[in-house]
Design a protein. Structure first.
Length: 123
């Protein structure tokens, strides 16, 4: 799960421009991966794009298109959330948040059960 940045897209409810798209995807990638060489390498692994292309996406020179965008959204919660927000469908991003909450609750429940058993065994 990633922190919500609260950033809005410049045109509010208006048209999304290509420049808005490029900036938004770049920010999502940098938020999740950082800006170092490792970030570009991770993008390459996810998309099989070249190093130069991955760096261009990170630096906001160009944005990914077609299958590269889908592959990024498959691997990156930040990119997926950004795409859903740009598509004016932010409610769909809640599914990833809900899954993270389910996982956290399952872990907490398991830890609680272990503590309960330890307490019972100690009597």
């Amino acid at each position: 799960m990633f922190p919500k940045s609260g950033s809005r897209f410049p045109n509010g409810g208006g048209r999304l421009t290509e420049a808005d798209y490029i900036v938004a995807v770049s920010e999502a990638l940098r938020t999740e991966l950082g800006t170092g060489t490792g970030a570009a390498k991770q993008i390459q692994r996810w998309t099989e794009a070249s190093d130069r292309t991955a760096r261009n996406w990170l630096n906001g020179v160009v944005g990914p298109s077609g299958h590269h965008l889908v592959r990024l959204a498959r691997e990156s919660d930040a990119v997926l959330s950004t795409v859903l927000t740009m598509a004016a469908r932010p409610e769909l991003a809640l599914a990833t948040d809900l899954h993270a909450v389910e996982v956290a609750l399952a872990k907490a429940s398991g830890a609680f059960e272990v503590l309960r058993r330890q307490r019972t065994a100690g009597r």
